[in-house]
Design a binder for this molecule. Structure first.
Ligand code: NDP
Ligand code: BG6
Length: 483
């Protein structure tokens, strides 16, 4: 199948490993439903959920149905769409330590396909520590090699890919026994976000930004990611990984790469080459250029929230950072001397992801006598929520005095566009169906990303970096470059 369009002679099996988990139920099933409603799934498809937990068909149906939304269907037709989508799905319980569950599923897929060409989209919605074992069982169950399936097989793998540079290399090596690199789609869902994709158009589809997109005009670049929730049900995972591995080494660094890279030869095809060059130009993150924090109990919107160390499945004496602010330096002609400030925090006062280019001061301020200091210009890219892009400029307030004020020239998505903003997983799953890996991570990209953070992560693992406390609901400890 060369596109997502349906062919009666073909059958698509979407297999979700870890189907009982948070990601599968909160993101993957709703994204598949959204694609189904818009006609992007082929006529003949089935979704096979797989995990160790057991559910009756009724329990399973209720779980999935409760997560689907009617964003793309007229309200009157929505229940019928949901019902028919559910008829395309089954849940199978099985193990990853022996192949029988995968043998049974392979046979079931082949029966369901009834002789048609079988394409398999295999989604690893599992902790990455389980990937090699799952991949081996899939291999032993005859999914790859030998007769296998007749069409393509594409494997979507979730982050974080390993814990550091060495474990990433080991993981890549272990997976290579069962899958070719061309079959692997390493997902970073921030690359599917609408505003993140628009960064490419903003930068490379407009002439006007290029002249000032460099060290001569930009004083610093800030990438801030805040969440107003704690770690919730994911305490056991988070306590082993921490905020740098969870968000900074991937989502923030990917956005930094899109902001900092040179012109690609084409979009999205040439983007990865340029991202890798930029990532390789970053020096390793130094602990003296980082501030780490961990939330303690605090109030947010009138509600009291527990300290991180009181969250379920978190060690009571944990030193895991829930906040990090790290300054990176790119050693290249465009950005030499310009700090890239990456900042990520859980348990903060608001949910917001934003990129800011803060420009240098004007060389001469002719309004100093009348109006005092001028504010620095900023280009602000609000990734979420309430997507917008605006340029903060100094402007004269109407009136008889030279009163200068900062105002925004703004593109506000909700005011300008009537279209639905797709969820990142919808956008990226569609790319997998098309067989386009441009928006997925290449192994050299991950090598470069882990190389930047591995020494810092090792120092953090050995408790060699101070972790300050901050109150839940605040914006983290006192950082290096607070806006
Ligand atoms: P979970 O921890 O909920 O794991 C998913 C499922 O995997 C579980 O329901 C469990 O199913 C199975 N599982 C867990 N541990 C093991 C184990 N040791 N051996 C075998 N199976 C296991 O993870 P999430 O759903 O939150 O995330 C899945 C993947 O996606 C992870 O790699 C995560 O880092 C990544 N991710 C998650 C995001 C999220 O928002 N949740 C966002 C971005 C990435 P069962 O016990 O039934 O077999
Ligand atoms: C995931 C992290 O990759 O991204 C989570 O593991 C985080 O900790 C999530 O909450 C945020 O995604 P989004 O799309 O809600 O910003």
């Amino acid at each position: 199948m060369s596109s997502a369009s349906s062919e009666p002679s073909e059958f698509l099996a979407v297999v979700i490993l870890g189907a009982s988990g948070d990601l599968a139920q909160r993101k993957i099933y709703p994204a598949l439903f959204a694609l189904y409603c818009q006609g992007f799934l082929p006529a003949s498809f089935k979704v096979y959920g797989y995990a160790r937990s057991t559910f009756s068909p009724e329990e399973w149906g209720e779980r999935i149905l409760s997560r689907l939304t009617c964003r793309y269907t007229p309200a009157a037709d929505c229940a019928a769409h949901m019902q028919s989508f559910m008829e395309h799905g089954v849940y199978r319980s099985g193990s990853y330590s022996e192949p029988s569950g995968f043998v049974a599923m392979r046979e079931e897929i082949q029966r369901d396909a009834g002789g048609r060409l079988v394409h398999v989209l295999l989604y690893f919605a599992l902790p990455s520590t389980v990937f090699p074992e799952a991949a081996n069982m899939i291999g032993r169950a005859g999914w790859t090699g030998g007769p296998g399936f007749t069409g393509w097989m594409r494997c979507v793998m979730e982050k974080p890919f390993g814990r550091d540079l060495e474990s990433f290399r080991r993981l890549t090596d272990e997976l290579s026994g069962n899958f070719q690199e061309s079959q692997i789609y390493r997902i970073d869902h921030y690359l599917g976000k609408e505003v993140v994709q628009n960064l490419l158009v903003l930068r490379f589809g407009n002439l006007i930004f290029e002249p000032f997109w460099n060290r001569h005009y930009v004083e610093r670049i800030e990438l801030s990611w805040y969440e107003d929730m704690g770690v919730g049900e994911r305490g056991a995972y988070f306590d082993r990984y921490g905020i740098v591995r969870d968000v900074m080494q991937n989502h923030l660094l990917q956005m930094a790469a899109l902001i900092g890279m040179e012109h690609p030869r084409e979009v999205p095809g040439g983007v990865r080459d340029e991202k890798v060059k930029l990532l390789k130009s970053f020096s390793t993150a130094l602990s003296e250029h980082c501030v780490l924090g961990q939330y303690e109990a605090g109030m947010l919107n009138g509600e009291r929230h527990s300290a991180y160390t009181d969250e379920a499945s978190v060690e009571v004496d944990s030193h895991t950072a829930t906040y990090a602010e790290c300054v990176l330096w790119a050693n290249n002609a465009r950005w030499a001397g310009v700090p890239f400030v990456l900042r990520a925090g859980k348990g903060c006062g608001e949910r917001k992801t934003e990129i800011q280019l803060v420009f240098r001061e004007t060389a001469l301020n002719p309004f100093a006598g009348e109006s005092g200091a001028l504010g620095s210009n900023r280009l602000v890219i609000r990734v979420q929520p309430d997507e917008k892009i605006y340029l903060r400029v100094n402007t004269k307030r109407p009136g008889l005095a030279w009163t200068i004020d900062e105002q925004d020239l703004q593109l506000h998505y909700q005011s300008v566009f009537s279209e639905q903003i797709p969820d990142a997983y919808e956008a990226l799953l569609l790319e997998v169906l098309k067989g386009d890996r441009s928006l997925f991570l290449r192994s050299d990209e991950l090598e470069a990303s882990w190389a930047i953070f591995t020494p810092l992560l090792h120092a953090m693992d050995e408790n060699r970096v101070v972790v300050e406390k901050y109150a839940f609901g605040s914006m983290g400890p006192t950082g290096i470059f607070k806006p």
